[in-house]
Design a protein around this ligand. Structure first.
Ligand code: CP
Length: 342
């Protein structure tokens, strides 16, 4: 007969109860998070945005600790499913999951059965059978995360980590978190999204998100990379950079997606840099305390000069990267764990 033990059974529910971790926003009485997945910024409510940012702020404290680990998502399984290369997004989701004590697995598509012709539906079935609690997907084609959502049970959280030129909602949320750290009231503040708007999922997710906060959104780029139709998105379209930058509070520079420029959309990288590359001289047209963002990866010397990217007086690029981990911790927590609470 097995001897009786006085050891207490581990109460996972108790350990992961938000009251037992120091996440202030989650202790609010009116806390009522229902969302299970995040595929777009279009359908985010202001209350949800506030809670994501407040939760990220609480989690950011964990990142300053010697031991960056809390048991919040212990026993939960997160699968990173990246069909397209990524440095920041994939590694920050991996770190975010690990800091919350989840088990995180990266599916490498180059060595997976997708290469042998496996369908998205079969991949979804595999994820279910492996006990995934959350799937983070990046895909070169727009709409794939929405398609995958149809094949997964609603108990599994699905996060869009970038689909073609469509959306990159977690990038927009970390951009907003970074902006809010330096700008008090966003209402009517002028932000210029500059560059290859046509191919940019970051631009689209930011437009939908920042509009909700009442920002004055301007987009700027060459006509071939910024069709007039973008004015239907409720933003001001500029093909002239001087007009765009005048009195700007913030400039978000986008990567020129060189790999997608085989259709002759720009005459040359040199000319693109001369006309649309951001440098200190062009930035003088903006407000004195203007701040510059870039989601990365950067083409230094093409869409932004190295001097400007590394100018800590105005560049928020490093903060964007570190804030990405805290925002993704908040999202994983809210989507996987908090949404399961009654
Ligand atoms: N910003 C961004 O999505 O970067 P990665 O492609 O490196 O993930």
């Amino acid at each position: 007969m097995r001897p009786e033990t006085s050891e207490k059974k581990i109460d996972i529910e108790n350990i992961t109860d938000p009251k037992n971790i120091d996440i202030e926003p989650l202790k609010k009485k009116d806390f009522n998070w229902k969302r299970k997945s995040l595929l777009t910024t279009r359908d985010l409510q202001l209350e949800e945005i506030d809670l994501i940012l407040e939760t990220a702020k609480s989690f950011s404290e964990i990142l300053t600790r010697q031991v960056k680990k809390v048991p919040t998502l212990r026993g939960k399984v997160i699968i990173n499913l990246f069909y397209e290369s990524s440095t920041r997004t994939r590694s920050s989701f991996e770190l975010a999951g690990k800091y919350l004590s989840a088990d995180v697995t990266n599916f490498s598509i180059s060595t997976s059965s997708v290469k042998k012709g496996e369908t998205l539906q079969d991949t979804a079935q595999t994820l279910v059978q492996m006990g995934a609690d959350a799937v983070v997907i990046r895909h070169p084609d727009a709409g794939i995360p929405f398609q995958l959502a149809n094949f997964l049970p609603q108990t599994i959280s699905l996060i869009n980590a970038g689909d073609g030129a469509n959306e990159h909602p977690t990038q927009a949320l970390l951009d907003l978190y970074t902006i809010k750290a330096v700008v008090d009231d966003l209402k009517n503040k002028k932000i210029v999204i500059l560059g290859d708007i046509l191919h940019s999922r970051v631009a689209r997710s930011n437009i939908w998100l920042l509009q909700k906060l009442g920002m004055d959104i301007h987009v700027c780029g060459p006509p071939t990379l910024l069709p007039k139709i973008f004015s239907d998105f409720g933003v001001t379209v500029h093909w002239n950079i001087n007009d765009a930058l005048k009195d700007a509070d913030l400039v978000m520079v986008l990567r020129l997606q060189i790999e997608r420029q085989n259709k002759g959309l720009i005459p040359s990288l040199d000319e693109y840099h001369r006309l649309y590359g951001l440098d200190h001289k062009k930035l003088q047209l903006a407000k004195k305390n203007v701040k510059v963002l870039h989601p990365g990866p950067m083409n230094r010397g093409v869409e932004i000069t190295s001097d400007l990217a590394d100018d800590l007086n105005c560049s928020l690029i490093n903060q964007q990267v570190s804030n990405g981990v805290a925002v993704r911790m908040a999202l994983l927590y809210l989507l996987i764990f908090a949404s399961g609470k009654p």
